[in-house]
Design a protein around this ligand. Sequence first.
Ligand code: AMP
Length: 420
Amino acid sequence: MLFENLNIIEPILKAIKDYGYTNPTPIQEQTIPALLEGHDVEGCAQTGTGKTAAFAIPTLQLLCNDQTFKKGNRSIKALVLAPTRELAIQIGESFTAYGKYTGLKNTTIFGGVSQGSQVRALRSGVDILIATPGRLLDLIQQKYINLQHIEIFVLDEADRMLDMGMGHDVKRIIAKLPRERQSMLFSATMPESISKLMDSILIKPVKVEVVPDALAIDTIKQSVFFVEKSNKKALLIKLLEDKSFDSVLVFSRTKHGANKITDELTKVGIESQAIHGNKSQNARQLALSNFKEKKIRVLVATDIAARGIDVDDLSLVINFDLPDVPETYVHRIGRTGRAGAEGVAFSFCDQDEKECLRDIEKLMEKSVPVNEDHPYPMGSSTTVTNTLGASENNNSRKKEYSKKQRPNSYFRKNKKIANK
Ligand code: AMP
């Protein structure tokens, strides 16, 4: 399938080509036609699937065809809500990139910074507004923003918004939207709370689901290092001696741990910064842009801060700590190996984390190969029971499980579209 086959108008097609994209991702292939036909969409997808373009491209196209825009009237006609400043900025950049030949204007507003420049941008007139909920409500209250002309509403990373305690704000915003509109909601998971929220936003939505599939994960070279907790930092420094890993994302379970890792790396001269919820918006944004521009080699992140970070050319993901939730492991390692590139993921596993590894392997229905060739091996690493039942030595752990033995539906080939 090519973008040309999706009935996308010429100015947007040209911008997509400028960006170097030729083939839509599965979520784009499903979502773009549904939105262009005027349906609401419920999308179960996470960052890395191409979901931003999946809603940005049709939104731009629908607005281009809008009569008021054609007559030269500018008012906020599309609203995208995102949970964090980082994600909001990335979405804004996508709208700018795909919309550069359309004449449509977008702006991004978020809290944690002064509102002056955001208000000036709003005053100059915008068609598409990308916002975090708190700042949006603030500016609505101050009468800088009016949502009465909204025709398209996008709620991105809805599960994360509820996780971050933004549910109430989101409901207040929805109550201010015109009833007649087209809406879409994207969420990586669909718990009960999201289903309820969806019922209040979407009307007969087309359901689109894309979760990581086995093939995508299989392109990532994974390995686990059994190591004592006290040796993890030394092992990290050792692994970073390999300079071919020029862009490394390290996951830490805690904010405090992330700070300690960066301190340790800085001491030995490895440029790194931490990104987590205790850092100010500005510090987070600076760390992220330094990482993207390759001014720092290592970014240390907690899971909540890392969701929404979109970094191309990530050469290595290191799980300094293993996550308690096995799906999080899949999301983390999915950061590398994007767009067909070969990714590498290393995981450190101490005595207390063997249970987590067991759950991860169960979910993936295959074992993660053990790297025993490192200077800080854990005494008991060769006697652990393999998480899938076989005794653990290098060979048995390397044994791949055949597709026939994979009853788990998590990694099913998962292109699903159905009218609810
Ligand atoms: P997202 O899931 O929206 O965060 O996108 C993940 C990454 O995929 C971003 O770096 C996009 O620029 C990239 N991307 C989106 N659509 C495509 C496409 N059709 N072809 C190649 N890369 C894409």
